[in-house]
Design a protein around this ligand. Structure first.
Ligand SMILES: [Zn+2]
Length: 100
């Protein structure tokens, strides 16, 4: 997958600090995750903003069974320092409410 630089720039421009996190002001999907959309050679594309942020740093996004987990637990957060790659099983085991 290739994400155009202009989309990466828009994703970063949408981030606003909230406490220790960076929250995008793009509209959220049903899971509460901000989504950025763009058109690529006439095709509609969309991706979670935190995945675009990850892509900007690593030039790839994790694919199944890997997922991007947020160490802060905020599904709206797209701060690179709060993102870590995990498997779905690891992610489920480390959710904040599962640790208590
Ligand atoms: Zn965060």
């Amino acid at each position: 997958m290739v994400i155009p630089d202009r989309v990466i720039a828009r994703a970063f421009a949408s981030l606003e600090p909230l406490g220790d996190c960076l929250i995008s002001d793009y509209a959220c999907n049903h899971k509460g995750v901000p989504i950025i959309g763009w058109r690529d050679e006439g095709r509609a594309r969309s991706l979670a903003v935190h995945r675009v942020v990850w892509y900007a740093a690593h030039r790839s996004v994790p694919v199944e069974p890997l997922t991007l987990h947020r160490t802060c637990g905020d599904v709206e957060c797209a701060r690179l320092e709060h993102l870590v790659v995990m498997t779905r099983a690891e992610n489920a085991a480390t959710r904040p409410n599962a640790m208590r």
